[in-house]
Design a protein around this ligand. Sequence first.
Ligand SMILES: Nc1ncnc2c1ncn2[C@@H]1O[C@H](COP(=O)(O)OP(=O)(O)OP(=O)(O)O)[C@@H](O)[C@H]1O
Length: 293
Amino acid sequence: MEIWIEDLNKSYGEKQALSDFTALFENGIYGILGPNGAGKSTLMNILTDNLLRDSGRILLDGEEILDMKEKYREIMGYMPQQQQLYDTFTVQQFLLYIGALRGMSRKRILGNMTRLLHLLNLEDMRYTKLKELSGGMKQRVLLLQALLHNPKVLILDEPTAGLDPRERIRLRNFIADLSRDKIILIATHVVSDIEFISKEILLMKDGRLLDMAPSEELQKKIAGKVFEVSIPSEKLKQVKQEYRVSNIYRSGENVVVRILSDEVPGEYEYREVVPGMEDVYLYQLEDRNQREE
Ligand SMILES: Nc1ncnc2c1ncn2[C@@H]1O[C@H](COP(=O)(O)OP(=O)(O)OP(=O)(O)O)[C@@H](O)[C@H]1O
């Protein structure tokens, strides 16, 4: 299965939220990284057919999704960002409700639900009210509802929002396992959610797709631009003003500051380091004047 998006445009009044967005997705995970306002939600809302585009084409195996109508809804599963669940419903009631909205038979809903509750380790919560679930459990229920009809395309908006590290890892591994026979798009600002599981990562900013490539390739593109400088702590403010700074850690008397720079920071004691995806995010997506004070 493949989704081909061609010259997608969307504006809200004067604001161009998506500009000539073109990309090809095949089975596997695609991470969509971008700061607030990059256009990620706009793209997802158009792809889930919740928002009308101004222009452009979206073809699923060659067929325009707007012409597929119900057939497309059967193929597509969506996990929205908000946790606005029906608080007084139990997990089972909620899933029966969602399944009914999708036109599934009760038998099919219950069958799929049982399998997925087991996979997502939610069996014990089947008759628990949604308001009594932890944040991590709610996220898993949200993912479960997106998977209930076994969609071939899965669209996830900030799937690990509000989760603790252990739950994050767990959800990420589960999503990775699903990707063999699905197109999975994950929008996030959290680099670690997608860094190691994505086939390709899309860098979005101001409604534009800046780049789309496997993470190693994106990292290679900024090789020679990431350094660690070791400085006395009094110099930290100065370095922050001069460079784009990512991580800072203490090392004995000094602080070691990871910086992004097109030029070698020769005025300091420095060493070049191998770029990671966090560096790519900061280098490609953060405004140059967005330096810390
Ligand atoms: N309904 C709307 N009316 C007007 N402008 C909007 C509307 N929805 C989004 N925008 C604007 O369009 C741009 C893209 O927004 P979008 O929500 O798609 O970005 P995003 O990457 O999803 O951001 P976030 O990470 O904050 O969710 C932003 O400048 C936003 O302010």
